[in-house]
Write a protein that binds this ligand. Structure first.
Ligand SMILES: CC(C)(COP(=O)(O)OP(=O)(O)OC[C@H]1O[C@@H](n2cnc3c(N)ncnc32)[C@H](O)[C@@H]1OP(=O)(O)O)[C@@H](O)C(=O)NCCC(=O)NCCS
Length: 432
């Protein structure tokens, strides 16, 4: 992005609380969550909605009834209907994609003010009928008489009535995310204890940042419809009371006999939404905003899903650093998305491996790592939760807010995604 167009400012961002699926938001759709986060963003930034040029929003499991979530969020969040909107999908990096698609429009001079973000409900997922049942329903809808309609179902057997839920599995390999994390743990020699330690750290740091208000400051309280009496104010997956002992008793889920990945060291299925306001540097000045920071560079990359599925960020990082004109030594804080502890530890191992750099990346040296106390300093997705379409917005806002508190100049975001894709963004703090 540097030397390629106008500078893109990240003004501010916020999110709903993140709730384990089937809990606080069991009766709330992704669209409702998205609307709440965008409305809050507009209120917090006192943005004149007439200034908005575009809305870009991400989601992974699309609603059949509301397939362009960006449009519904725009129309429901008090943004003028003339503002166009589009939905993007890049698996767990979908809200990162929303942010970079917005940034590209701003850099090219095609927009000045864009609301980006993403939402996910893993409670409210579309469940399909079998192919046979779908065909019978279509036949029945075309039938002209009651007997014809009944005949349309003549070939239906009890097994055709079984519903089909969306799988968190790779279409090309058939492996679930959890099985892929197991594979990475095995191939990289990451033990169960190391994974549980990372999970414990995630919960302890997230619990501390919830107690001292750093995490909750980014959260918009959510009044639960239809009565709006119950209010959710915190992420409900963070366990202040977990311990290595408790984590070590949990049974492996994806490889029951020899596995190491458990409910404790995996991110939970989660509902939630995030929203981020982006502007051109000039427009931010004109409207009197002090941005949180600027996008310095970013890169997407991918590998073969049959390889190590969640190592995409390792492939993206060298390009992002080249584009930024920086190295890992410049990075004061690093936010690594935590799909599984096995994946975080595998990413960190590879970021720091000269051998991986030579063999797989065509580079002489590894990009390296900052000290561990600069990585995910407010916990990560294992504790906070991971609504697929929303996590990228959370990481961006959390990183920039913490950089400001600590006076850090540069930060890095790393996100692995299904399809063996990876995303790395380098951000730069704005002078406060
Ligand atoms: C791993 C997974 C299957 C677990 O689902 P689940 O069984 O519904 O998880 P739960 O939250 O009910 O936890 C199971 C048990 O572990 C316990 N547990 C979970 N985390 C714990 C922790 N940190 N400390 C102590 N106990 C914990 C729960 O209390 C629960 O115990 P119980 O059965 O006695 O109530 C699910 O979270 C999952 O699929 N995660 C991966 C999501 C994914 O693939 N994401 C894609 C990333 S890119």
């Amino acid at each position: 992005m540097n030397n390629a167009g106008r500078r893109v400012a990240i003004i501010d961002g916020c999110r709903t609380p993140f709730a384990k699926s089937g809990t606080d938001f069991r009766n709330v759709t992704a669209v409702e969550l998205g609307k709440a986060s965008v409305r809050e963003l507009i209120a917090r930034t006192e943005l004149d909605v007439e200034q908005i040029d575009h809305v870009v929003y991400g989601t992974v499991v699309q609603s059949v009834q509301e397939p362009n979530i960006a449009r519904e969020v725009t129309l429901g969040a008090g943004i003028p209907p003339r503002v166009p909107s589009f939905t993007v999908g890049r698996a767990c990096a979908s809200s990162n994609q929303a942010i970079t698609s917005a940034a590209e429009q701003i850099a090219l001079g095609m927009a000045d003010v864009i609301v980006a973000g993403g939402a996910e409900s893993l409670t409210d997922v579309p469940i399909l009928f079998s192919k046979e049942m779908r065909e019978a329903l279509v036949r029945a809808s075309k039938a002209r008489s009651l007997p014809d309609r009944l005949r349309a179902f003549a070939t239906i057997r009890p097994r055709h009535l079984a519903p089909i839920a969306p799988a968190i599995a790779e279409p090309t390999t058939g492996l679930t995310m959890g099985e892929s994390a197991e594979k990475m743990a095995r191939e990289n020699g990451i033990s169960r204890e190391e994974q549980d330690r990372w999970a414990l750290r995630s919960h302890q740091l997230a619990a501390a940042a919830t107690e001292d208000g750093r995490l909750t400051a980014e959260i918009a309280p959510f009044y639960v419809p239809p009565k709006y009496q119950e209010v959710v104010q915190r992420d409900n997956g963070v366990r202040a009371d977990t311990s290595l002992e408790k984590l070590s008793t949990l049974k492996p889920v994806f490889d029951r006999r020899y596995g190491t990945v458990t409910a404790g060291n995996a991110s939970p299925l989660t509902d939630g939404a995030s929203a981020v306001l982006l502007m051109s540097e000039e427009k931010a000045k004109e409207l009197g905003y002090t941005p949180l920071g600027f996008i310095r560079s970013y890169a997407y990359a991918a590998l073969d899903p049959a390889d190590q599925l969640l190592q995409g960020p390792v492939y993206a990082a060298p390009t992002a650093f080249d584009r930024a004109g920086l190295t890992m030594k410049d990075i004061g804080l690093l936010e690594v998305h935590e799909a599984f502890a096995a994946q975080v530890l595998s990413n960190l191992q590879w970021f720091d491996s000269d051998e991986i750099a030579r063999k797989r990346l065509g580079r002489d040296r590894a990009i390296g790592l900052p000290p561990e106390d600069r990585i995910n300093v407010m916990g990560g997705s294992i504790a906070i939760g991971h609504p697929f379409g929303a996590t990228g917005g959370r990481l961006t806002v959390t990183l920039l807010n913490e950089m400001r508190r600590r006076g850090e100049q540069f930060g890095m975001i790393s996100v692995c995604a299904a399809g063996a894709m990876g995303f790395v963004m380098i951000v730069e703090a704005a002078p406060a």
